[in-house]
Design a protein. Structure first.
Length: 69
């Protein structure tokens, strides 16, 4: 049993050490500032940032988080 545990720990260590940090996804945006970036919708699921109409008095460009589906 001890040999199996040691082997699993060694395998996990090798896999984690080989992970490239750049391959990990960035956290979804809280505020949209760019088209195509993942964001979190007010209800919780992931959305995508898209151009939108600006609120009165806001300067362009304006973005909104919209559903991906």
């Amino acid at each position: 049993m001890r040999t199996e545990s040691t082997g699993l720990i060694a395998l996990a260590s090798l896999l984690l050490a080989g992970c490239d940090g750049e391959l990990l996804a960035d956290a979804p945006a809280g505020i949209c500032t760019e088209v195509g970036v993942q964001c979190v919708l007010p209800a919780g699921p992931l959305g995508v940032c898209e151009r939108s109409a600006c609120e009165p008095g806001a300067s362009e460009p304006c973005f909104a988080c919209v559903s991906q589906h």
